[in-house]
Ligand binder design. Structure first.
Ligand code: SER
Length: 866
């Protein structure tokens, strides 16, 4: 069955069961600024599940285009390395909005798979949520799946949520067994990540709406949301084990191969490019353009990853845009909007390719040099940063290349460089970046965000760049000034709010809020319609982000107080940054904070959180505030009336920020790092609330991963790793000795292969299984043995060539080792250099090595004037 036939069969089946067939929505969700891309079929129905929207039908089916790159469900890094991850895929789904529930959902799925598609029952396995007895009973008693093929799993695999907030619920998944010739085990076993048992269909029983603080509110009516990846299903139907072997992908892969002149269709770079052209072309179709932030940046990263893989295939001219036409041929019939946008998409991709082409070569060069000069196996943060900053290499692109060379990335170093750059940018003015200078705004905004997070307001001015305008049209960036607003404008270290302004005719996505004199500037972009001065708008702060920011801000106050208790009263705030993701607090202290002190500080803060004190704000005169012992910032100007924020007896501070209502709302506090930033100034970074839990989870995950890798339990992991390192050191030593032995025995054989040219000995050879150090040792031995000679030795590991060249001392006034090395290296895509008697370098194109080595004696003859 071809992919196109499967799409049709699915829709026909559910139409026959009373479902309305609904077209795919665009990849940019129209109703949800919190979501990067449409990542599941249910996205366009979100409000139907929540009971906020009524439609003329309660059952629907769709084939939805989806992108999972960036955001919660992110597969980008896996693409090209597995048989079934994609940035873009199509999801077949059927939905019930308070109509049918578990029983029908399961029966329909089974009927479609086993009757319409005729899949053998014994090849299907099932998982259900651990507490879902009802679903398990339907599978076993009604459908007749043997109980041993129904596995109960936890939250991680069998509870689906669209994001941090929104509809969610337990789910049941159907797996297909690709057969014993493929490695892997059934779901829930240690081998489940293999490619044998593949999840093909996820049936979600939507029951709750998760809010930002984690509360689960039951939905008005239990509902159903199912999703089945078309590509996986097609692989099953076409009897292939990799999604990349299905009809649709094979045609795209052939198109890429034709451009690159590749014969070997299994080259992973072909798959990566075939995958990426789908997401990129559809993203552009749906209005995303490459840029340096948000959705546009994700698009840019994917395009650049594709171009780099093209580079690996030898494609040095723009090629990616040429794949739009073959893609339209494959998918234009199912998605007419793609066919319509073909010319536009081709043009935009071409532009982006040209832009990147200029720096790709230079960047690759820099990277190759950095790699050739590495002594260990960690790529320094400064290199990653330089590639990112100067050459536009997204970090995951550098990561990709590093992975191919078995290198690790120094991400801490990179983060430090990034932070330093952000700091520079901040110093250069937060607002200046967009507007150049502060604007003179006639008008004043009243802030209502302490009491509420959404409000009705009036647009009193609009700006496009620094020009006041009467209206902003769809797609335009700009700044909106309101008469009053619930949006917090950046100050006191707390970042500006994000959210949405919607009027009768327009939707404006607020990406940042900044003070502009007495007015608040809502900075962002018009997503729909056009916004005019005088319009009434519904101003709604992104609640999830605000709540997360509040948790971090309140935690900062507790941290400040705890620091003074544990370290002493000399601790003064020197700087602070509060975002939805984390908090950063700089303070005066003369030495590093010990582990025990950090523990104590963390415990104190968490005790206060558990104490669940009310967070009180009072407006009072500055004198009274200081008399009450409130902490104020040295050197800060305060007005006559100040806002005093207190949390129990523990913390009292002057503060204009937004906070939680009770300390318990913070949930959890964890210190992530402590370090020095300047003489006498320390910095603590910490996370609170959901972020803190995620941080703990990530540590647990890493620990589990290490434990699994060393096949031990958590409590013995440290010992096991120590033993393994010990053992590895021993093995490395042995290996080095063996290599030296090998090189020296190859060296003795080689001496005999030297040829006579212009009266001297010339030797150019490729040594097997030898590292650069052994190469140099062998070179020295050969020089001794041959007396008067010019020698080039090479060794190949993967697609990396190491080269050394040597000229015996008596000849260095006529022959230079450095020149000789360059001569060879440039023929194999590399470079190098050194002294007159010894030089080293590398290359990247092993296929050209034999010819390059063969040319050495000719070169020597010419240099010697023979
Ligand atoms: N929303 C669920 C998923 O994406 C089922 O459609 O897996």
């Amino acid at each position: 069955m071809k992919s196109a036939e499967l799409r049709q069969a699915f829709l026909d089946f559910f139409r026959s069961k009373g479902h309305e067939v609904v077209a795919s929505s665009p990849l940019v969700p129209g109703n949800d600024p919190t979501l990067l891309f449409t990542n599941a079929g249910m996205v366009q129905f979100k409000d139907c599940f929540l009971g906020r929207e009524q439609r003329s039908y309660t059952r629907a089916a769709s084939v939805q285009r989806c992108v999972r790159a960036g955001g919660k469900h992110n597969d980008l890094e896996n693409v090209g390395y597995t048989a079934r991850h994609h940035t873009f895929f199509e999801m077949l789904g059927n939905f019930s909005f308070g109509d049918y529930f578990k029983r029908e959902a399961i029966h329909y799925a089974w009927e479609f798979l086993t009757q319409t598609l005729q899949l053998p029952r014994e090849k299907l396995w099932v998982t259900v949520y651990k507490d879902d007895d009802e679903a398990a009973a339907i599978w076993v008693n009604e459908i007749g799946v043997p109980a041993e093929r129904v596995t109960r799993l936890g939250e991680k695999s069998n509870f689906w949520s669209m994001g941090d907030t929104g509809p969610c619920g337990p789910c049941t998944e159907i797996f297909y067994d690709h057969g014993p010739e493929v490695w892997g085990g059934p779901p829930g076993t240690p081998e489940e990540d293999g490619d044998r048992y593949i999840e093909i269909w996820n049936l979600v029983f939507m029951q709750f709406d998760r809010s930002a603080d984690g509360t689960m509110t039951p939905l008005p009516k239990p509902s159903v949301d199912t999703g089945m990846g078309l590509e996986r299903l097609a692989a099953v139907m076409q009897h292939v084990h990799s999604n990349y072997d299905i009809d649709l992908f094979q045609n795209l892969i052939k198109a890429v191969a034709a451009l690159a002149g590749s014969k070997d269709l299994s080259n992973p770079s072909l798959k990566v490019i075939a995958d990426h052209i789908r997401s990129c072309a559809f993203l552009v179709t749906d209005g995303v353009v490459p840029s340096n932030e948000g959705r546009g940046y994700v698009l840019r990263r994917i395009i650049r990853r594709a171009i780099r893989h093209g580079h690996k295939l030898g494609l040095r001219q723009p090629f990616f845009h040429k794949l739009v036409a073959p893609l339209v041929k494959e998918m234009g019939a199912a998605y007419p909007e793609l066919a319509k946008a073909e010319a536009q998409v081709t043009r935009i991709l071409n532009q982006e390719e040209e832009r990147f082409a200029e720096t790709l070569d230079q960047g690759m060069h820099l990277l190759e040099e950095a790699i050739a000069g590495l002594s260990g196996h960690v790529l320094p943060g400064s290199t990653i940063f330089k590639l990112y900053d100067t050459y536009g290499f997204p970090v995951d692109l550098t990561g990709d290349i590093a992975r191919e060379r078995n290198l690790e990335l120094d991400m801490d170093g990179f983060d430090r460089e990034m932070e330093a750059q952000r700091e520079r940018a901040r110093a250069a003015s937060t607002f200046g970046a967009a507007y150049g200078h502060k604007l003179e705004i006639a008008g004043k905004t009243e802030f209502t965000g302490y009491e509420r997070i959404s409000d009705q307001a009036k647009v009193i001015a609009l700006y496009k760049g620094s020009d006041a305008v009467q209206q902003l049209a769809a797609g335009e960036q700009g700044m909106v000034i309101l008469d009053h607003t619930p949006f917090y404008a950046e100050s006191g270290g707390q970042v500006g709010d994000k959210g949405l302004l919607s009027s009768a005719g327009a939707m404006f996505e607020v990406q940042d809020t900044q003070k502009q004199g007495e007015a608040f500037g809502h900075i962002g972009v018009v997503r729909q319609g056009s916004l005019k001065v005088g319009d009434s708008v519904d101003a709604a702060v992104d609640f999830a982000a605000r709540a997360a920011t509040a948790a971090h801000h309140s935690a900062t106050h507790l941290l400040h107080a705890a620091l003074r208790q544990v370290l002493g009263e000399h601790v003064q705030q020197k700087g602070s940054l509060v975002t939805p993701e984390r908090l950063r607090f700089d303070f005066s202290h003369f030495e590093s904070v010990s582990r025990e002190q950090l523990r104590r500080i963390e415990q104190l803060v968490n005790e206060q959180i558990r104490g669940n004190n009310e967070v009180l704000t009072r407006i009072m005169g500055i004198e009274d505030a200081m008399a009450s012992g409130a902490m104020a910032l040295f050197g800060e100007k305060y007005g006559d009336k100040v806002r005093v924020l207190s949390m129990g007896e523990f913390s009292t501070e002057l503060c204009g920020g937004t906070h939680v209502s009770r300390t318990g709302d913070i949930g959890l506090f964890k210190i992530v790092s402590e370090g020095g930033v300047a003489a006498g100034v320390r910095r603590i970074e910490a996370v609170a609330g959901r972020r803190a839990l995620e941080w703990v989870d990530s540590i647990e995950d890493s620990l589990e991963a290490v434990a699994a890798a060393v096949k031990g339990s958590r409590d013995v992991v440290a010992d096991k790793v120590r033993q393994m390192i010990e053992r590895q050191r021993k093995l490395e030593k042995e290996l080095e000795q063996l290599k030296a032995k090998l090189a020296s025995s190859q060296g003795s054989d080689l001496a005999g292969q030297a040829v006579e040219v212009a009266g001297i000995k010339v030797l150019a050879a490729n040594l097997e299984g030898v590292d650069p150090k052994a190469l140099r040792d062998t070179l020295d031995q050969l020089k001794n043995k041959l007396g008067s000679a010019a020698i080039v030795l090479a060794a190949v590991q993967g697609d990396k060539i190491s080269l050394v060249a040597g000229v015996t001392k008596d000849l260095t006034d006529r022959l230079q080792a450095g020149k000789l090395l360059q001569e060879v290296a440039q023929q194999v895509g590399g470079k190098g250099g050194g002294r007159a008697d010894m030089a080293q370098g590398g290359g990247t194109e092993p296929a050209k090595l034999p010819a390059a080595l063969a040319a050495v004696s000719g070169w020597v003859a010419r240099e010697m004037g023979a």
